[in-house]
Design a protein around this ligand. Structure first.
Ligand code: ADP
Length: 514
């Protein structure tokens, strides 16, 4: 060295004289995993062609601290163009590097959270803050809503693999039984214990617990409550405010991801439960609608027997010499019985069609459906053919626009539009000609169809309810209140959506997105 600026002492801890006394000192300071790369730049010290270069390397300073250097170096030539040596400058970029690492870690955590569990996410978080604070231990606890109980979530990978055999993950225990690290709960702020062994209130560590030299613990606070406590330990040098800042920034990102993940996991659990319940319900409905059929057949059979018996009584009645008064009374009760049988028959056949509908709804959820590319204009012609009788009866005008195709099960999509157009005909306004319009358009990869009528319309308060099983606005009306439930279920099975817009007294628009 010819000259070293005094700032080398500020950055490296060694004075210019120490560098001059030991020309290899700079090389020895490079962190071992970067040493080879750094040495290569100087491999041919005298090569005039060695270009200008710039490298970023970690060094270990005289006090044992790690700092990052941006090392720039260029060859120097004398007046005759002879290689005369090198000119170097070193910039301390530790803070910039640290900032970049914290930002990169934040992004890594967010990315990792997308497809990992809460425990895995917290373990990565601990591993990351362990590296950023040069620690050897990391642990994470949730603080329960009562603020008096803790649940251990996880340790860092290094703690688990090399330091600690007292796993205890998932363990609940009271705050007042925990170690000195809960000082951060009582004080509601980060706490540093750089002098762990001399703490008078420490409780001693459980069997298998990693030995603690120093620790930094941070509470995560949301509103009035502390929601989590996490800590790192055993940094080689003292923890300081910079470590606190780093951990707090990452702890916030990690906690937000935990909250999101917990909500996602709860939703997924609910969905699984819901699916199982739905399947169970569908099976019950299917068995019930099947089993209720035999008593129904019985009722229908016995009402036939009653009918025949009545006919017998009438024939005997004619041949018997009874008083006209008795005859009249008997004739009246026969008439009443016939009316009752008629009601029984009507109710039985209504119950039969309800059971048919129920069975149909439950089967919709049970069978696998095959889908194919459907030409919707062709499908709509078939639907209208099937509704020819009803549309002629209503003297309806049905306009069908050019429709986009879609992926679906032909039988079910036919049934869906049969039900919607059937309703448009059924609920037309008797005071004006029935006009129905069927249209559709593409929305990205989806197809949206609309069945619009100028019928009686649906009052706003009923618009949500009509898709429910057996729901009819006019309970006395023809039909079973099943058509829209079946339609809705078909759309659901196709992962689509269905909704209604209606102006009461003017008409309705039923939309289907497939
Ligand atoms: P159903 O027609 O057998 O009663 P749905 O499930 O098909 O059963 O319909 C449920 C109820 O929704 C009907 O009773 C009717 O009150 C109302 N509704 C359905 N479609 C229309 C429509 N296009 N216009 C007016 N009301 C309708």
């Amino acid at each position: 060295y010819i000259y070293l600026s005094p700032s080398c002492e500020r950055i490296a801890g060694y004075s210019p004289e120490e560098f001059i006394a030991n020309p290899k000192l700079l090389f020895d300071m490079i962190r071992p995993d970067h040493a080879e790369k750094f040495h290569q730049h100087y491999a041919d010290e005298t090569n005039k062609e060695t270009p200008v270069f710039s490298v970023v390397v970690p060094i270990i300073t005289k006090s044992g601290e790690e700092r990052w250097l941006e090392h720039n170096c260029s060859p120097v030539f004398d007046g005759q163009g002879n290689y005369a040596g090198r000119l170097g400058n070193n910039r301390d970029i530790t803070e910039r590097k640290h900032e970049q690492e914290v930002l990169a870690t934040q992004l890594r955590l967010i990315d990792y959270a997308a497809d990992h569990s809460v425990k895995e996410l917290l373990q990565l978080f601990l591993d990351e803050i362990e590296v950023l604070t040069n620690s050897e231990i990391g642990f994470y606890h949730f603080v329960e809503a009562d603020q008096t109980t803790l649940t251990l979530q996880t340790w860092s990978t290094n703690t688990l693999e090399n330091m600690c055999t007292a796993e205890n993950v998932g363990l609940h225990y009271p705050v007042n039984e925990a170690g000195v690290w809960v000082d951060c709960i009582h004080q509601r702020k980060p706490v540093i214990h750089n002098d762990y062994s001399s703490l008078s209130h420490k409780k001693g560590l459980p069997e298998g617990h990693a030995p603690i030299v120093r620790e930094l613990v941070v509470p995560v606070i949301r509103g009035e409550k502390i929601v989590a406590v996490l800590g790192v330990g055993n940094k080689k040098t003292n923890y300081d405010q910079e470590d606190v800042n780093t951990i707090q920034r990452l702890a916030n990102v990690a906690w937000e991801s935990v909250v999101r993940k917990q909500a996602e996991e709860a939703r997924a659990r609910l969905n699984i439960q819901l699916e199982a319940k739905n399947k169970e319900l569908e099976q019950v409905v299917s068995v019930a609608s099947h089993d209720l059929r035999s008593p129904l057949v019985c009722i229908e059979g016995f009402s036939d027997v009653l009918e025949t018996s009545l006919a017998d009584i009438i024939s005997v009645l004619d041949s018997e010499s009874l008083s006209s008064e008795t005859k009249e009374r008997l004739e009246q009760s026969i008439k009443n019985s016939r009316t009752s049988i008629e009601y029984i028959n009507k109710s039985a056949s209504r119950m039969e069609s309800l059971l048919d509908g129920l069975l149909q709804v439950s089967r919709l959820g049970q069978v696998e459906i095959k889908t194919e590319d459907l030409c919707m204009n062709m499908l709509m012609s078939d639907v209208l053919c099937g509704l020819k009788f009803q549309s002629e009866e209503k003297e309806a005008r049905i306009d069908v626009a050019e429709l986009p195709s879609c992926q679906g099960n032909e039988g079910q999509i036919n049934q869906l539009f049969t039900n919607l157009i059937g309703n448009a005909l059924k609920y037309s306004d008797p005071d004006r000609p029935c006009i129905i319009r069927i249209s559709g358009h593409k929305e990205g990869t989806h197809s949206v169809y609309c069945v619009e009528d100028n019928g009686i319309g649906i009052a706003p308060e009923f618009q949500e309810k009509i898709f429910m099983l057996f729901h009819q606005l006019d309970p006395g009306a023809a039909g079973e209140g099943l058509g829209l439930s079946i339609a809705y279920k078909i759309v659901e099975r196709h992962n689509g959506k269905m909704w209604v817009e209606s102006d009461f007294g003017k008409g309705s628009r039923f939309y289907v997105l497939l």
